[in-house]
Ligand binder design. Structure first.
Ligand SMILES: C[S@@+](CC[C@H](N)C(=O)[O-])C[C@H]1O[C@@H](n2cnc3c(N)ncnc32)[C@H](O)[C@@H]1O
Length: 341
């Protein structure tokens, strides 16, 4: 190619977003590796010398300097002369004593399993089998449920969700709320803060009780944890509100329908179901988060199915629900389908 046309260096389409993803991945790897060193338990609000930090960590001081400078560039530490202190960002999200701690979420996202789902994609596309099938007892361990809690605590979605539900006309007269597959139970706990006479039941697998009870203690709430398996057991009845948030991805639509039929039976007449999900749009390509999630679920487990909003409404109408509409939670791409018995 012989040309003096300088515009050959200018792409027709901007690559900024793709480059952002690539460098974001690099930064995310650094963040995770930094987290696993334990440095955020070592940095304090008071500035400390490199030598002191290095000694506490068992590191070489000259190397630790580079590490601390990189943490400073990431706004996880502040450099003051030759000393370093922790930033409020790192203190809030990366220290174990904060209830916004993101450690389990980081561990989950960087686990070998998460990475391998994507690395299996090529093989899966050729028709090879990749998953071991869905095993709820193995997946929904305490660390997974803590990771779920950390996700919703840090992205403001509890606050936004509770604002939306508490403004719904059904809320003022509600007495009993069931959080189906509620895990940590943070959503109804936050609703109870708005309405202290609410009686909350969290229905989830027995092994999840421990995590739910941790949050009951932190937020000083009263919650009844009902251990059970929603594929096998009936749900506690006479509910005014049922929350079904981010559940049932791993199963085929017929099985989802059976669980929602149980939810229908557990509601009193006139009671409301709030079904929150990253619903796909009709083209199944939006939101980006939902489309990637749908693919990843499918690679891991061929029974998984992420609903479009229309598929979900049709399923609920078939059971007998009247669909009232959709509430948009906001930045994290979740929507809440509102349905009445
Ligand atoms: C993705 S988490 C969602 C947790 C919470 N609702 C939220 O929005 O953060 C799915 C929850 O469903 C629960 N779950 C999965 N299978 C279940 C089953 N068969 N019976 C009861 N709960 C189940 C899990 O233990 C987990 O707490």
């Amino acid at each position: 190619m012989e040309t003096n046309d300088f515009t050959v260096f200018q792409p027709q389409v901007e690559g900024k977003d793709l480059l952002g993803l690539i460098s974001g991945y690099q930064q995310a790897n650094f963040l995770y590796q930094a987290f696993t060193t334990g440095i955020f338990e070592c940095l304090t609000n008071e500035p400390q010398k490199i030598e002191d930090l290095a000694e506490k960590m068992g590191y070489q001081a000259d190397r630790t300097r580079f590490f601390l400078d990189a943490l400073t560039a990431m706004e996880l530490a502040v450099k003051e002369g030759e000393q370093y202190r922790i930033t409020p960002l790192a203190k809030t999200y990366l220290c174990r004593d904060s209830h916004f701690f993101l450690g389990d979420l980081l561990d989950m996202q960087f686990s070998i399993k998460q990475g391998s789902a994507w690395s299996m994609m090529g093989s899966w596309l050729k028709g090879n089998s990749t998953g071991e099938g869905h095993n709820p007892q193995a997946i929904f361990q305490a660390s997974f449920v803590r990771a779920m809690a950390q996700g919703v605590l840090s992205d403001n979605s509890i606050f936004q969700t509770v604002e939306l539900i508490s403004r719904h006309p059904c809320f003022a007269g509600a007495k009993n709320v069931l959080d189906l597959g509620g895990g940590h139970g943070l959503f109804p706990m936050a609703l109870q803060m708005k309405k202290p006479d609410l009686e909350i039941t969290v229905f989830d697998l027995p092994q999840v009780r421990e995590v739910s009870e941790e949050y009951v203690k932190i937020f000083e709430r009263e919650v009844y944890f009902c251990p059970g398996n929603f594929y096998e057991d009936e749900l506690p009845g006479n509910q005014d509100i049922i929350l079904a948030f981010d559940i049932l991805h791993p199963v085929v639509p017929a099985q989802k329908e059976q669980v929602f039929a149980k939810a229908y039976r557990a509601l009193r007449k006139g009671g409301y179901l709030f079904y929150k999900l990253w619903f796909l749009d009709e083209s199944r390509t939006k939101s980006r988060r939902a489309a990637l999630f749908a693919l990843k679920c499918k690679i891991i487990n061929s029974d998984s199915h992420v609903y479009t909003y229309r598929e979900a409404t049709e399923m609920l109408e078939k059971i007998g629900f009247k669909i009232e509409g959709m509430l948009t939670v906001g930045d994290n791409a979740s929507n809440i389908l509102v349905a009445r018995k």
